[in-house]
Design a protein around this ligand. Structure first.
Ligand code: NI
Ligand code: MN
Length: 225
């Protein structure tokens, strides 16, 4: 499986012949100015919650590519009103089999208002079981619920927020990695704006001292997992 990081909490995974894009926030992100949103491929767009820094480019990419938009019921309904018909609504704890594998919508402790102030349902994350199994936590605090994921899933890697202030910081993300029983962590949701700046080397060392690998890809970088 290939993972490409597009900055903030946006990344895509390529599994067999399908590209799944998560939380597209690229065109408003000055750090991702070298990414051309108009050429990004997507068969699916998965949105963890309604905040602007997770959905900014979703409408344009969905309309251009015809990708299926997957999120909670409220967010999906909001996009349907914008003319996006290829959608799949989910809610917490539910799992669905798509043509690339299964997706489960997980709990997140956060908020989820949509960019125009509409109600965005409750925020979530995703467990994807495809050629590899992984967990994308979305924006969340550390939760005891993550232990349930560790009990039931064999994860190859996880994508966790590490920037603190709005989400877990580094210490809590390491505890989350322990709860979900996963040693390979891709860190996201850091350095985009002032409140979430981190010291990358220090973060990598802290993970290493607890027996975990923290991977921080460059924006635009593709890694094999
Ligand atoms: Ni958020
Ligand atoms: Mn966010």
């Amino acid at each position: 499986m290939e993972l490409t990081f597009y900055g903030h909490a946006c990344f895509s995974v390529k599994t067999q012949d399908k590209t799944i894009l998560f939380d597209p926030f690229i065109s408003p992100n000055p750090k991702a100015a070298h990414i051309d949103v108009t050429t990004l491929a997507a068969n699916y767009i998965l949105l963890s919650h309604g905040h602007e820094d997770h959905v900014a480019d979703a409408e344009n990419i969905a309309k251009r590519t015809g990708a299926k938009l997957v999120s909670n019921f409220e967010i999906v309904s909001w996009y349907e009103k914008k003319g996006i018909e290829n959608v799949h609504p989910m809610n917490h704890g539910g799992k669905w089999k798509f043509d690339f594998g299964t997706v489960k919508y997980t709990n997140a402790v956060h908020s989820s208002m949509l960019p125009d102030g509409s109600y965005g349902g409750n925020p979530g994350g995703f467990i994807v079981n495809a050629s590899k199994s992984f967990y994308f936590a979305g924006d969340t605090a550390l939760t005891m619920d993550m232990k349930l994921i560790g009990n039931s899933e064999k994860l190859d890697f996880a994508v966790l927020p590490i920037g603190d202030n709005f989400t877990m910081g580094i210490e809590d993300a390491i505890t989350a990695a322990e709860f979900i029983n996963c040693n390979k962590i891709i860190g996201v949701h850091y350095d985009t704006f002032g409140y979430i700046e981190i010291n990358k080397n220090e973060a990598i060392d802290k993970f290493k001292s607890r027996g975990k690998e923290l991977i921080l890809p460059e924006i635009g970088e593709t890694i094999k997992l």
